[in-house]
Design a protein around this ligand. Sequence first.
Ligand code: B1M
Length: 208
Amino acid sequence: MDKDNFLEPLLTGDTETLVRETQKALEEGNGPEGVLQEGLIPAMGVVGEQFRNGEIYIPEVLLAARSMHGAMAVLKPFLVRTAGGGAGKVVIGTVKGDLHDIGKNLVVMMMEGGGYEVVDLGADVAAERFVEAVRTHKPAFVGLSALLTTTMKEMRQTLLALEKAELRKSVRVIVGGAPVTAKFAAEIGADGFAPDATSVVALMKSLG
Ligand code: B1M
């Protein structure tokens, strides 16, 4: 599979072509996780590089994000095979001040595929909203995503808020997102870190 097949439609926001390329890759026998890891995510990485280098601007990145959502909708039925949520409940969101939700949405799909019932709070979620959701839904896990170095601190705030509400011991908190590391996760006292969506379920199973 060639990531360049996905790059051009991503860069031009051509959702129709991106969806077609995604379907074609599946029809050629590539698994949905392969299409993500070897095609769509590396292509999105190039979008990020071009943005960092000033070759493209926010409107192009927004178009790419919109097209990426279209491609993810094609993959979703293949990733979310297990119904019922028998494995337990998860509350997840992208932390306050952070609007990036593509990676978090992929993580949600993988969790659902792993049999978890997911309460997705969306993006830009304040610590208090996580606390409230834990009170309401009584999940086994809380998942926090951050894509900006400036919003990583909100993960710590969320953990502190859970602690203050005396809910910290009732949940396992897992964190992830491009700038997040295992070291950072340990520093803020999270229970686990997953570098990508495909390793999330294994991490959760290992935490029990
Ligand atoms: Co923004 N952005 N962005 N952006 N954006 C990045 C993150 C950036 C690296 C681009 C760059 O400079 N090269 C940079 C961050 C720099 C930094 O802090 N280190 C950046 C910036 C600077 C910004 C703005 C500040 C730009 C501006 O306004 N000047 C702004 C901030 C807005 C805000 O959030 N307040 C901004 C805005 C945007 C858009 C809105 C235009 C758009 C987001 C649209 C959306 O998500 N709906 C956007 C996008 C698309 C990107 C890039 C290009 C792509 C992100 C993405 O979707 N990647 C990104 C560059 C890049 O990452 N290459 C960039 C694909 C996705 C599948 O990967 O999200 O990493 P990722 O998720 C992975 C893992 O991280 C992990 O699993 C996922 C799947 O494998 N994972 C978890 C994620 N969450 C997890 C949770 C877990 C476990 C694993 O457990 C709970």
